[in-house]
Design a protein around this ligand. Structure first.
Ligand SMILES: Nc1ncnc2c1ncn2[C@@H]1O[C@H](COP(=O)(O)OP(=O)(O)O)[C@@H](O)[C@H]1O
Ligand SMILES: [Mg+2]
Length: 311
């Protein structure tokens, strides 16, 4: 995967986000004083990458035993987070490093109650650990956590910087590109560099990266994803289907109504026994979402209903 291969290892190599990187580099001159950090901003703009660069710089060769990466949207919830943090912060770090680091990704997926519990966990672990909390949506992080952190708001990557990075990657991979092709990649990505790199790789795998090959492969990738979701739902794999749906919507920014459009187009490709029944279910949920019901809940319910239809 090019996204992993070209993930910057040093703060200086992070694309754009110059103010943030400058301010963090200044903080790290006196690493012992580093506060907890809170990174917010949309998907694919360098939040996790920056957190990992900080860990690498502060922990150096001791990173293995002194970095804990947790995903707050993990189904096992706050109990799992608390247990892991407790065990991790039970022993102090070596003298060579100022503290251990805990990266808590997708913290905005936690309920307010869980965040309140988390706040206590942060306080208990503070002697030994610094937290880097990552959230797409900062308004979903409770104030008592925000106020204990230095907050950095990441912005989407501007066209010029994104294109330069895409060119660098294309060169490294000896991919044939043209300017229009890269522009199209950027437009499809809407400033999400992860998405942009994935589109670039998909288009390059089919030959030259031109505006047309980008449009085709982006469309096919989406089609393939939605086909997979529908198949899983009909087979009764609700959690697998739901996970991929949430990823399409949250990570790749597909709108709920586009998702429904793609699903209804996928029905006939799926070879399902009763396409009419499936389409009626889709239409029902389309209507509910349009009437203002919570889209994520409605789409999950739709996948569940497709599952019982599959039986
Ligand atoms: N600012 C950036 N500079 C360089 N690469 C980036 C940047 N933002 C995203 N990327 C690319 O996208 C991938 C995902 O980035 P990540 O930092 O995980 O995004 P997020 O903001 O969602 O945490 C990285 O592996 C890297 O290839
Ligand atoms: Mg991330």
């Amino acid at each position: 995967m090019w996204v992993e291969k070209y993930r910057p290892k040093k703060l200086a190599d992070v694309v754009d986000q110059k103010e943030i990187i400058g301010s963090i580099e200044a903080l790290l001159k006196n690493a012992g004083e580093m506060p907890h950090l809170l990174f917010s901003g949309s998907a694919g703009v360098g939040k996790t990458t920056t957190a990992l660069c900080i860990a690498r710089q502060v922990l150096g060769p001791h990173i293995q035993d002194n970095l804990l990466e947790l995903n707050a949207s993990d189904e096992r919830g706050i109990g799992m987070v608390r247990d892991k943090v407790k065990r991790f912060s039970n022993f102090a770090a070596f003298e060579e490093i100022p503290f251990k680091i805990i990266i808590l990704d997708e913290a905005d997926e936690m309920t307010a109650d869980a965040q309140t519990a988390l706040r206590r966990t942060i306080e208990d672990a503070s002697k030994i650990c610094r937290f880097i909390i990552v959230a797409n949506n900062i308004s979903k992080i409770i104030d008592p956590i925000q106020s204990r952190c230095a907050v950095y708001k990441f912005t989407s990557i501007p066209e010029k910087e994104a294109m330069a990075q895409l060119k660098k990657i294309a060169k490294g991979e000896k991919a044939s590109i043209d300017e229009e092709g890269l522009k199209e990649v950027y437009e499809q990505s809407e400033g999400d560099l992860r998405h942009a790199i994935n589109i670039l790789q998909a288009a390059a795998s089919s030959g030259a990266v031109t505006a047309e090959s980008v449009r085709t492969s982006a469309g096919q990738a989406r089609k393939g994803d939605v086909d997979g979701i529908l198949k899983r739902a009909l087979a009764g794999d609700l959690s697998g289907a739901r996970e991929r749906m949430v990823e399409l919507i949250k990570v790749y920014g597909m709108s709920e109504s586009d998702f429904l459009k793609y699903v209804s187009a996928a029905v006939f490709r799926s070879g399902a026994g009763d396409p009419g029944a499936i389409l009626r279910i889709i239409a029902e949920y389309d209507y509910r979402i349009l009437s203002g019901a919570n889209p994520e809940i409605q789409l999950s319910a739709m996948l569940a209903e497709l599952g019982s239809l599959g039986k």
